[in-house]
Design a protein around this ligand. Structure first.
Ligand code: PNS
Length: 159
């Protein structure tokens, strides 16, 4: 069985992430979407909230599993029988850091990293940019799932 992981912060999930997850789900038997638990970084959404949103928006895929992890990604992969990491590449600017991580992960545990080119419709998207635009009342419809848009509105109004 081919089992891969799409790791990330997903604070929050965007349509760009979802595009990659959906395409990975059509190529592999099982796709784990793993949210990093990073105690040193305070996100807009808690890890539980990010997991909830991801579960909701990937419910239509029978072979996508939402999970969370702490520590090294390669240890998470080894513990779950995952043989490859899937990453989306938006632009050349992503490449240097991604290449470094891919080579380190291979060096650590011989885990392969496979890069998928982002759908050009979403190549300018990032969770940080979405939060910034939403914070100042900009329109993020079509860039994040509706449930995320609602949660962004609620969260930013509370602040
Ligand atoms: O969505 P992000 O924040 O760009 O995702 C980065 C992520 C979670 C993939 C990366 O930070 C990661 O794998 N962190 C886990 C810790 C780890 O394994 N570090 C060594 C990477 S070579």
């Amino acid at each position: 069985m081919s089992r891969v992981v799409c790791p990330g912060s997903f604070d929050p999930v965007t349509n760009g992430h979802l595009d990659i997850v959906g395409r990975a789900a059509s190529l592999y038997d099982e796709v784990f979407v793993a949210v990093l638990i990073n105690p040193s970084k305070h996100g807009l959404f808690t890890v539980d909230e990010r997991v909830e949103m991801l579960r909701e928006v990937t419910a239509k895929y029978g072979n996508v599993r939402i999970d969370r992890f702490a520590g090294l990604l390669v240890d998470y992969c080894s513990a779950n029988g995952i043989t490859a990491i899937i990453k989306g590449l938006r632009a050349v600017s992503d490449f240097e850091y991604e290449l470094q991580m891919a080579q380190m992960n291979y060096r650590l545990a011989k885990i392969e990293t496979l890069f998928m080119t982002t759908n050009p419709q979403y190549s300018f998207l990032s969770s940080s940019l979405i939060k910034d635009v939403a914070k100042y009342g900009g329109d993020v419809s079509g860039l994040v799932p509706d449930v995320v848009q609602d949660r962004l509105r609620d969260r930013l109004v509370q602040r």
